[in-house]
Unconditional design. Structure first.
Length: 404
């Protein structure tokens, strides 16, 4: 139910979020706001835009009444910033334009039909020649983002006729060629060449399309990921694996599914890290922590690099990792001990790695003993057994009990 949903940003967080989108994108689009607020997953948004979902309402991560109120409040704030409402029409991506359905909730449909943008300056409206070129540019951008290739060609031809020396003509033609190359590379099976082409065109797409380069490139990366399906991961041969392509497309659930088709995926830290991030992006922090803590035990150097990365997504876990490294002990605990130490710091850690999923080595035995101690089986025999195997963890357990 709506009242139980805790992901709606409070008022004091909504305004900075709107301000950020206005700064980055120059306007406030309802779907961009829902994506930024994590009320809509990008995979679900793409599925709707490509007609693989019949309506958007069922994909929202809060009830339609709550989301409609959220967008309404954002609109009030935008109007207070002297922005004006711009009517939106929603059509499917691709050369066959089909109208899209928001859902049955009238209020949600209403607020999703409005974007907010700065009012046009009168002097710009008087410059017919310049404004026509600007309108054509915007038509080209929209057509490219929505993969309406024929329409993009038509608008580029019109722009070329009006301004043969237009500075962005060459770039637009390159992006159209990138779409066309998809069929050629598919026929020839040149997946690695196609991979490099998409990487190379990325900066140009960002320059010409801004934040919507995500949609232009995402569709192309998704097509490449489909062609890579079934190709086994080969360490040392680059990132040419379907799961990595799915991440470039912003399709994290598909990335996770692709990794899980590899029977030995846990033997490759790079895949475990992608698997963890996929869980995190799909709003499953429990699954993500299972992967990260598993890396601590099996591939500690990979875990250390990830946890120290400023971009590591789980800030709570990163802060605990930093505190773990700052411990003042006679003998430092190793990275492999972090999952056990975490049992003393975070109640949610108890269920991340169940004792039944551990091995019989001393470190895992210490984990099982400590797990029992912190979950209620605090006996002298258990304490003694933990002290014999890992005295530092026993001391940390005793310190945590004295601090309560």
């Amino acid at each position: 139910m709506d009242s139980a949903y805790d992901a709606i940003p409070p008022d004091q967080e909504l305004r900075p979020l709107v301000d950020r989108l206005l700064l980055e994108q120059g306007r406030l689009d309802p779907f961009e706001l829902l994506l930024a607020a994590e009320l809509l997953g990008y995979e679900d948004y793409v599925a709707w835009r490509t007609s693989r979902r019949s309506e958007l309402q069922g994909a929202l991560r809060a009830g339609p009444e709550t989301v409609a109120g959220f967008l309404d409040e954002a609109g009030v704030y935008a109007r207070g910033q002297k922005l004006v409402a711009v009517a939106l029409e929603h059509t499917a991506w691709g050369d066959r334009e089909r109208p899209l359905c928001i859902g049955q909730h009238a209020g949600l449909t209403r607020v999703c039909a409005l974007a907010y943008a700065p009012p046009p300056e009168r002097c710009q409206l008087d410059l017919f020649q310049d404004s026509t070129a600007l309108l054509l540019e915007e038509e080209v951008r929209t057509a490219l983002v929505e993969h309406r290739t024929d329409h993009a060609r038509d608008q580029v031809a019109r722009l070329m006729h009006r301004e043969p020396r237009h500075p962005r003509l060459g770039g637009f033609l390159r992006l159209i060629q990138t779409i066309d190359d998809a069929d050629v590379s598919a026929r020839d099976g040149r997946v690695e060449e196609r991979w490099r082409e998409l990487e190379e065109v990325g900066p140009l797409a960002g320059q010409l399309l801004g934040h919507r380069a995500r949609d232009f490139l995402g569709t192309l990366w998704a097509a490449l990921a489909e062609r890579l399906a079934g190709r086994p991961f080969a360490p040392g041969s680059g990132e040419f694996h379907a799961s990595i392509a799915w991440t470039r497309a912003g399709r994290w659930e598909r990335a996770r599914e692709s990794i899980e088709t590899e029977t030995d995926w846990r033997d490759h830290p790079v895949l475990v890290l992608v698997h963890a991030e996929a869980f995190w992006r799909c709003r499953d922090p429990f699954g993500a922590r299972r992967d990260w803590l598993w890396l601590c035990r099996e591939y500690p150097s990979a875990a250390e690099r990830a946890l120290r990365d400023p971009a590591f997504p789980d800030r709570r876990l990163a802060d605990l990792w930093e505190a773990f490294g700052d411990l003042d002990l006679d003998e430092e605990l190793a990275t492999e001990d972090f999952p056990a130490w975490l049992l003393l710091q975070d109640p949610g850690a108890f269920a991340v790695i169940p004792p039944s999923e551990t091995s019989s080595d001393d470190r895992d035995t210490a984990y099982r003993l400590l797990h029992g101690l912190v979950t209620g089986d605090d006996t002298v025999d258990r304490r003694r057994a933990l002290g014999e195997i890992h005295s530092d963890l026993l001391r940390q357990f005793l310190v945590s009990r004295r601090c309560r």
